[in-house]
Design a protein around this ligand. Sequence first.
Ligand code: ZN
Length: 117
Amino acid sequence: MRPEPAQQARARRIAAELSSIARTGRVLPGSITERRTHCGRPGCKCMASPPEPHGPYWHWTRKVRAKTVGRWLTADQHDDYEPWVQNSRRLRELVGELEAIGLEVIESDPRSRRPRS
Ligand SMILES: [Zn+2]
């Protein structure tokens, strides 16, 4: 079995985007979340009405051997690395699209319908 021309064309478009992201060298696993905190000290702006929380603080987390590992980033680091994290997310989407082509091929493989003897 081999992909049909239309599937090959999709794979080539995916490969071009994968390659363009990889060439940047800017790929970082995990995710970055924004945190705002309330210290609870009476009279602090975070306890005012309306409350003005501390932050934003930026927390980068990723999985290392099935455990979540986190690191705080400066606002400057957040601005620098957020696109890197987005690149990694896009790479995973693109691999998923490639796998979808493979699934289409195996689903249309006539040998898949051969009854068991
Ligand atoms: Zn406070």
